[in-house]
Structures are given as C-alpha cells and as structure tokens.
Design a protein around this ligand. Sequence first.
Ligand SMILES: Cc1cc2nc3c(=O)[nH]c(=O)nc-3n(C[C@H](O)[C@H](O)[C@H](O)COP(=O)(O)OP(=O)(O)OC[C@H]3O[C@@H](n4cnc5c(N)ncnc54)[C@H](O)[C@@H]3O)c2cc1C
Length: 505
Amino acid sequence: LVVGAAPVGNEEAPASKQVLILGGGVAGVIAARTLREHGINDFVIIEARSELGGRMRSHSFAGHTVELGANWIQGTQTGSGPMNPVLRLAQKHKLKTRETDFESITTFDHTGAVDFRDIVNSADEAYVNLTKAAGARVANDLVDTTSRTGYSLVEAKPRTAHEHAAEYFSFDWEYAQKPDQTSWIAASWNNNYTYGADAGGFSESNLFARDNRGFKHLIQGEAASFLKRHQLELNATVTRIEYTNQGVVVTLTDGRQFSGLYAICTFSLGVLQNDDVIFNPPLPHYKLEAIHSMTMATYTKIFFKFPYKFWFDTEFGIYADPERGRYPVWQSLDLKGFYPGSGILVATVTGDFSQRIEALPSSFVREEALGVLRTMYPNTSIPEPTDFYYHRWNADPLYRGSYSNWPPSFFVGHHENMRANVGRVYFGGEATSQKYFGYLHGAFFEGQDIATMVAKCVKTRACPQLKHVDHVKNTPYSQLETTAERTRTSYTHELVFSLLRQLIL
Ligand SMILES: Cc1cc2nc3c(=O)[nH]c(=O)nc-3n(C[C@H](O)[C@H](O)[C@H](O)COP(=O)(O)OP(=O)(O)OC[C@H]3O[C@@H](n4cnc5c(N)ncnc54)[C@H](O)[C@@H]3O)c2cc1C
C-alpha cells in the first residue's frame, strides 16, 4: 500500500488517499463504514494493534473469553424509542448477551457477610435525586460544580464504610472516578441520554457480552462485511501527524508515511494528553487546554480463576472496606447464564486505586485482593487461584486510561474545542461525544458524524470548520473586581473596627 507521501504545502497536494482514519476502534470502523455509505472508498484505517476493536478487547482466560475493556451494551431501547446503535450491531452479528441484574447483590464488610442492601438501595435513590437536581440546575442556568456538592445538596452524605461502598457502586463504578472529581451536570446528562427513556435516552437495561468470539466480534464482523484488505493497515503505529488546510501526512514508527486529503483521528483522550503522537504544527493553545482539561479515567477488572466456587450466588458482592474504593465490587461469572462452572470471579477498582495497582507488581495485588476475600469469608478456607490477570490500561501507550470523564472545571466551550478540527485533521471518538462520552455508543455516533462531515468535504471541497472558541471565559472580571473591591472595603472596615475595639478594651 501507499507510501511515498506527498509533501504538505500550501496547495492541495496529490494525496495517496482521500481520507486517513487513524485508529481502528469503534469510532474508526464506523467512520470507514460511513465514508463507504457516502460513496467514498479511497480511505485506509491505520491501526497500531494486530486487530480491530480498540477498547473492545477480549482475552482468553482459563478457557473462556473475558472482556478486559468494554463489556456492557449500556442502555438498549424502550418501546419504539431511540435504539443504542451498539445493540443493533449486536443483533446483526448475533452476539450472545445476558441482562445484568444490579439488584442481585450480597454485601460484606471487614467482619464478613453483613446485610446492608437497604443502604445500597438508598444510594441508588440518592443517585437518581442527584441527576434530577442537576436537571433543575440546567433549567435555572446555574453553574456546574462537583457531583459531591450535588450529593450533599440532596442530603446524601456518606459517612460509614457501608454508605461509601454503596455510593461507590452507583457512582464510581460507572464514571471510574469519585463524585468529588466529576462534574455534576455533565455526569447527569451523560446518564440521562443513555439510561433515561423520558430524557431521550435508550433504556435502563445493561446487556453483558458473554460471547466466546469476544464483544469485539460485533465490530470485527461489521468491518469484515465491507472493508477491503487494502483499506486496512494493521500493526501500524502513528508517531507524527503533519497537517495544513490542504492535507495531512502521518508518519509511522517504522518510518513509512501515508498522506491524505483529510484525516479522522480517533486516538483516545489519554493518547492525545500524553504526547504519544506529535502534531506538526503543534496543536493550538485552545485545543491543548481542552485536551488537558478533560480526564482520562481508569477502570480495572481483576480476573481470578479458582479451582471451585466458594462465593456468593448473586451476580455481585459489594465489600465495604474502611478505605473507600479498596476492592469494593466483586462480580461472579460462575453463574447460570454467564460462565457456569468457570470458577471465574472478577474484582473491579477505579480511579486513583487503579493507578495504584498498576504501579504495583501483579503478585502483590493478587495477595492483597485475596486478603480482602479472606476478610469477606472469615470462616472459609480460600483456595489458591489457578489463574490471575489484569490489564494496565493507564500504562498502555495506545489508550492511557480506560475512558473519559467530565471534571467540574471542564466547560462546554472546552468540549467544542476538543472536537474542533485543526486544518484537515478531524477528531472523533468516545471523548468527543458531548452526550455519550465514555461509552461505546459515544464512539459509534462520533465516528458516524465526523465521517459524514468529512465525506461532504471530499465531495464538495467546501468543508465545514467545526466551531471552536479561542478563549473559554469566566465571569467577566469587571464584575469580579467590583466584588473584590467590595470585599476589600468591608475587610478594611472590619480591620479598623477590630483595631478600635482593641484600643477601647
Ligand atoms: C475497562 C473498560 C471498560 C469499559 N466498559 C464499557 C462498557 O461496559 N460499555 C461501554 O459502552 N463502554 C465501555 N468502555 C468504553 C469503550 O470501550 C470506549 O468508549 C470505546 O471502545 C472507545 O472507542 P474509540 O473508537 O473512541 O477509541 P479506541 O477504542 O481507543 O480506538 C482507538 C484506536 O486507536 C489505536 N491507536 C492508539 N494510538 C495509536 C497510534 N499511535 N497509532 C495507531 N493506532 C493507535 C488503538 O489501538 C485503538 O484501536 C470501557 C472501556 C474500558 C477500557
């Protein structure tokens, strides 16, 4: 395929391809499919790994296929309402799934099994109240703040280990970060657009992929249905992207170059944040501010294979450790409808705790997590696991985390800037989805939307420039000065009064 890249100058250079699609995850494959639907076949997907799928990543573990990355179709469809496009793909490719029952839980603390399911239910209610209150804030044009503030204002203030574990299960386990680190308003719309049928979302249902071909099969199967061999370049890692208003040239680690009239970059937010790919000219300041203001969170699944099942018969075990976020969620795959008889138990950790275990040797993490199981089952002799694995998403240079999360200091203007094109490089992936950031369907819609736009560019050469704002602005400083002035004045008055008081006394 290709190569002798055309130089990128001031005039439109003869390009090897009309469109370069950088990355072969959901966004990249759906972008390719969309271009094809618009009659554009002169494109190539450039993917670093030896297969398509990206963060849909399965792993052969103890004789079964488990998912290191995405596992659930989150939100399906309510009646004839909007349908999650990932569900449509799953149906087309006959993916085996199983509905998850989040109420099927057993609860534990440092003394063993203790029933605090009522507290878990209250935390679920608090989460619903949190999202409702966020809606009221939007209606009243109030500023965003942290989800922690939101929880406090709806009077959900976890104090005990049980309350923290319950809150974790309904919040951190979804966003991969704490309420303190997460926007209140964006987290709520992200939830509502996915799960809230009355807010235009899909449904509350979550389908767990449990297919021996792997969840990735739906994207690989889809690619196989339309992609030609010459439209795909695997084992091709991009190190450099040179761009102008006339074209794009990318350079790979092995020195090969590809040129295109346009490029769609679907690399994760983490990859963009970590300078794993160099842009030339460097990305403009507004773009960099946006990229570095969103968070690439981390969600880690820790897989154990035991010689036999000794644990709960529910789908989940919730463990309340005195330290919040320390191995709080355990999911059994050794269940009817999942992988019965498999002996597989999965613990999940997120956020800072994920980063911590990524920095530790696997043997240490294995013992630490086994220690938690011994705490949960003080009267049971826990057998030695015969297999153990977790993926270090944060250290992985192709992802640098698991999925994006919206922090409270990230504004809608920032998000527009994240999505905005620079020259002829367009950006699309889960993180550029304003409604569905973090999710597979976010990546799907972005791949589709950006490719539709680029298809128009190719056909008409009249290319829409995506909106960006040069400066994401705060409250006008003139108003702040007035306030500061006022504060200073009253402070001075207080000082004078206090000195006078001292003199008098
Ligand atoms: C642990 C975990 C659990 C998750 N759970 C769920 C879930 O249950 N449900 C859900 O909806 N979502 C879930 N997600 C999120 C979901 O997986 C992502 O939103 C989605 O897969 C992102 O797709 P994408 O195409 O935007 O990005 P990616 O999948 O990251 O695709 C980008 C591609 O670019 C490639 N690449 C990166 N750098 C380079 C380079 N320099 N050169 C060439 N190629 C490069 C990568 O290999 C990758 O294939 C989870 C993710 C993780 C990690």
